[in-house]
Write a protein of this length. Structure first.
Length: 313
């Protein structure tokens, strides 16, 4: 046999030995002498039916019964749990956790109904660890199915059986995927700012100018914020400016950005201000009043942005 084959045999033998340890818990109690925290009652039946959208008349009125599928609901311990849970079930789960099967998912349940439950019935139950499967491989991962069976009584009479199955597993490794390089967020281009981005594509920084009062405005707006005129044309910025204020972005990191970096409010020579990145100088050398000059930075194949280059001199 090859070394690889030997390893497979050893792994299979170890899995079989471990399963033997697990099956030793079969037949042990998971809960003994459990008592429902509430008797079967009309408010819980009403809430259940409203949640399920079940308007069956059998669940209302003086002769009402509880929906059969509520069987487990009367046995649940809520946030505080039950005092009747056995140590065997905790030991079984601890053994699985210790072997690395630390993830858990409920997979399915089966119910058998022996008699209807009616408001006022006092619920008691016993539960047993019914079975532990050999190691199974699923899409979620590799692990063991653990099935418990709960025998439910109403006022001492057998009322039903509830089997509940979980999978304790080691998550499967996800497929290795090569992620494409992260892209900068795309600017939102609409009918009000489309002309600005057309200018950027031509390496021109265009500023709106009101043709009624000649006020320059930036960012682009559908109307003048000085006289409310809707008429405008554009002037091309020279590209010269100074840092009016700035922040240095340290956290949180974001795809396509590499902090720390400086984001500045730049006052253009024409008098309007715009927000952009500062390039050409370290982020800790940016200061208010720093002279900057417009340049266009290609960040990927489809996007070019106006930024401002500073000079330490």
């Amino acid at each position: 046999m090859t070394a690889d084959a030997d390893a497979v045999v050893d792994a299979a033998e170890e899995a079989a030995r471990f399963h033997t340890l697990l099956t030793a818990f079969e037949g042990h109690p998971a809960a003994t002498g459990g008592r429902g925290k509430d008797a079967v009652n009309e408010p819980m039946i009403r809430h259940w039916c409203e949640a399920m959208g079940d308007a069956n008349p059998a669940y209302t009125g003086p002769d009402a019964i509880a929906p059969p599928t509520m069987l487990q609901a009367w046995t649940m311990g809520g946030l505080s749990g039950h005092a009747d849970r056995s140590s065997a079930y905790d030991e079984l789960l601890g053994l699985l956790d210790g072997a690395g099967f630390t993830s858990v998912v409920a997979t399915d349940c089966e119910q058998e109904y022996l008699r209807p439950l009616r408001p006022g019935d006092a619920i008691t139950f016993d539960a047993v660890i019914e079975s532990v499967s050999p190691r199974k491989t699923t899409k979620l991962g590799t692990g063991h199915f653990v099935t418990t069976r709960m025998d439910v009584r109403a006022d001492g009479e057998p009322a039903g059986t509830h089997r509940f199955r979980i999978l304790k597993y080691v998550p499967a490794a996800g497929p290795s995927k090569k992620r494409p390089p992260a892209q900068r967020p795309r600017p939102v281009i609409n009918q009000d700012n489309q002309g600005f981005w057309e200018g950027v594509r031509e390496h021109r920084l265009l500023i709106q100018r009101c043709t009624a009062c000649t006020t320059l405005r930036f960012p682009w707006l559908p109307g003048c914020n000085a006289c409310a005129s809707a008429d405008w044309d554009t002037v091309e910025a020279s590209g010269a400016g100074t840092v009016f204020s700035y922040v240095v972005m340290h956290h949180p990191p974001f795809p396509a950005f590499d902090p720390p970096y400086a984001v500045a409010l730049v006052e253009l020579a024409e008098g309007v201000r715009m927000i952009s990145n500062i390039t050409g100088v370290p982020y800790d050398k940016v200061r208010i009043g720093l002279p900057v000059q417009l340049e266009f930075l290609r960040v990927d194949d489809d996007l070019e942005l106006p930024v401002f280059r500073g000079s330490e001199g």
